[in-house]
Design a protein around this ligand. Sequence first.
Ligand code: NAD
Length: 298
Amino acid sequence: EARTIAFIGLGNMGGPMAANLVAAGHRVVGHDLSADALAAAAERGVVPAASAVEAVPDADVVFTMLPAGRHVLALYRDEGLLAAAAPGTLFVDCSTIDVADARAAHEAAAAAGHRALDAPVSGGVVGAEAGTLTFMAGGGTGEFTEAEPLLAAMGKRAVHCGDAGAGQAAKICNNMILGVSMVAVSEAFVLGESLGLTAQALFDVASTASGQCWALTSNCPVPGPVPASPANRDYRPGFAAALMAKDLGLAAGAARATGVDAALGLRAAELYEEFAAEGGADRDFSAIVQTIRQRSGE
Ligand code: NAD
């Protein structure tokens, strides 16, 4: 069934996601503050709107793909996006934002007579282009069921994680595992090097033993053992360290807010914050192995 969709935020992720909705036969009216982003989306069949508010009155579903929670809440509440939509519109926020902000967005949507889902993604720009993202959704079952065919046009998998905020919670918990495990794998390779162990030998053991994890077997931080990993192309991302720093910052904030003793998650957030600030922002997050090696005096 073809639907009318508003899509706000047509950047690196939102642009290709909106284009995949167009390709699936939906009418997509979009807006971005960047004229370049808006023009690029228009070339791919998105109907450009002069403002976010002007994109939503006819929409059945409003997607947002914005940098952070403050952008989502400002649009929803202060800039009148909720007020401009027809009653009962489904608002789906795919941005990665703070769990508390996601819950506030749900509340604001409900107070305005609408329905909402938080549905952040993993899979990066490559997944957004290919339509192979994974969505993690929080909200009601009816809302999830209604959104599912649209999510299927942009991704390969959508998991309903629970109520409001559960999608964001799943996203930051998963990425906390990833950030901590990448630091652990990197430290192990540097320790192995200083003990005279080859990277291949450590990989051959750990990849089939209890050290096995995605950071090792898919995104191996040293060149050689996994030819497709970013380490083999001078750490071109992949998953940029700036985005890992952002997601770990959200996880660290949630750990502090709930009083959870996430010692390694908080430390990984600090390490990635430093790494991004010291020139690593645009490199794959596995390049942190080089910093660990330098600090070890090798
Ligand atoms: P981006 O900066 O490329 O795109 C964000 C877009 O939002 C920009 O084009 C900006 O102009 C627009 N924007 C900001 N405020 C706006 C407003 N009020 N109205 C209209 N447009 C507005 O960022 P991105 O890489 O597309 O990421 C978007 C979200 O997806 C972020 O929350 C990010 O953490 C998350 N994410 C990104 C990736 C990735 O690999 N890039 C992967 C997973 C999740």
